[in-house]
Design a binder for this molecule. Structure first.
Ligand SMILES: Cc1ncc(COP(=O)(O)O)c(C=O)c1O
Length: 427
């Protein structure tokens, strides 16, 4: 007799990014433009603070809401930035915050407005809470479209999830755009959940937090991107005290406590600017934009670590497989979208040079040039073997013989989701 499995597991959409991570982990001979991690290591003073926390015995459970010192320091940060939040809750990364936020806001059958493209976790956390993701397309310019939102909103909608700077498009939304979304949410009685994990990575315009525009939003942030602490699993969410009380109760039974060492180290992370790393990422962004804009139609990469480009023939899966055969990892758009016309590149890595910070050396220059060459060969429909020969001569493209991972990442069709119907609107 087979083991019984809960239906919610079958409703989840496996993440294409995890699969890329596994390929990249096994295959050191590929140029990896796929994974969304910062390419700088945790700053030394933060590592030191973690070591000291361990040796001074900070190894026990902490309060469910986070250690008081950190919550106070976070409130001071938010107030200095003009936030209108009443309270803050420390969480297990931004992902932990997203989960408890959805569990607190969504009843089975309730709808949540998500912009498409979206970060891969979003539809899944909605589904985990028993809700229904309702997608609103931002193609082709990746700006919010109020007419499309008005068409999508229904009496079952409880929340709207925003993400600026955006993964995967790199868009940074303006104060006016965010204010219009705040007004829209107020008009329809929706709670805004604003994922601001890339707040430090806005290159062309000032980052505006939704938390400065309203006191009713849940604003999610984390140390993952801003201090390179992706593996330490620490984030926070600020907003109205009543909602945070509910989320703290849920957190008690989903996480019990948070990583104590990471919380003490986070106090130091908040005093450790990463301005040089941001400047370096901007330089890489400029390089990637310049190199790729001749060959591809690009969404303006205004922030985060990503460049979202249109795939040849509007078939991102075929394109990603071709790139992989040639040894470059990019992610097809259907990992983040109900469409598969674009692909995501990452601007992390080195523009050449030696290994850095314990990361696998990613030669951004080689990878990005390789994409340009691949694009040319796609247009001329030349076989990959010729491309590889030519690339080898020019030291541009990569190792042959890498097996395609078999992309199956697009969200299941409505028929495949018996209990959580996914619906959407594309303007
Ligand atoms: C937009 C966005 N939100 C949340 C996360 C996850 O953050 P954390 O590692 O803090 O859970 C990511 C990670 O890539 C992300 O891109």
């Amino acid at each position: 007799m087979g083991t019984h499995k809960a239906t919610r597991v079958g409703k989840l959409i496996p993440s294409g990014i995890r699969r890329m991570f596994e390929i990249a982990y096994e295959r050191k001979d590929v140029v990896n433009l796929s994974i969304g991690e910062p390419d700088f290591d945790v700053p030394d003073p933060v590592k030191q603070a973690a070591v000291e926390a361990i040796w001074s015995g900070r190894n026990r459970y902490t309060p469910t809401r986070g250690i008081p010192e950190l919550r106070e320091r976070l409130m001071a940060k938010l107030q200095a930035e003009g936030h209108r939040a009443e309270d803050v809750l420390v969480t297990a990364g931004a992902t932990g915050a997203l989960l408890v936020a959805m569990l607190a806001l969504v009843d089975p059958g309730d709808e949540v407005l998500l912009f498409d493209p979206y970060f891969v976790a979003y539809p899944n956390v909605v589904i985990l809470a028993g809700g229904v993701p309702r997608f609103v397309s931002t193609y082709p310019d990746f700006r919010p479209n109020l007419a499309a939102l008005e068409k999508a909103v229904s009496p079952r909608c409880k929340a709207i999830l925003l993400n600026s700077p955006n993964n995967p498009t790199g868009a940074v939304w303006t104060k006016d755009e965010l204010q219009a979304l705040v007004d829209f949410a107020e008009k329809h009685g929706l709670t805004i959940i604003s994922d601001e994990v890339y707040e430090l990575f806005a290159y062309d315009r000032e980052f505006v937090s939704v938390g400065t525009l309203t006191d009713r939003a849940l604003v999610i942030n984390a140390f993952s991107k801003s201090a390179g602490m992706t593996g330490w699993r620490l984030g926070y969410v600020s907003g109205p005290a009543d909602l945070l009380d509910d989320m703290a109760l849920l957190q008690q039974y989903t996480h019990a406590s948070l990583n104590s060492v990471a919380q003490f180290a986070a106090l130091t992370a908040l005093e450790t600017p990463i301005t040089d790393h941001v400047a370096e990422l901007r330089r890489k962004r400029d390089y990637v934009r310049k190199r790729l804009s001749g060959a591809f139609e690009l969404a303006p990469p205004e922030g985060a670590f990503y460049v979202f480009a249109r795939a040849p023939g509007d078939d991102a899966t075929a394109w990603a497989e071709r790139c992989l055969e040639a040894g470059v990892l990019v992610i097809p758009g259907n990992t983040f979208s109900r469409r598969d016309t674009h692909f995501r590149n990452f601007v992390r890595g080195q523009l050449g040079g030696a290994r850095e910070g314990g990361f696998h050396p990613v030669e951004l220059r080689r990878g990005v040039r390789g994409l340009g060459v691949l694009r040319h060969f796609c247009l001329t429909k030349a076989p990959t073997s010729r491309l590889l020969q030519r690339g080898k001569k020019r030291n541009m493209v990569f190792r042959p013989g890498i097996k395609s991972p078999g992309w199956q990442e697009s969200p299941p069709a409505e028929a495949d989701l018996p209990h959580a119907k996914i619906s959407g609107v594309s303007p």
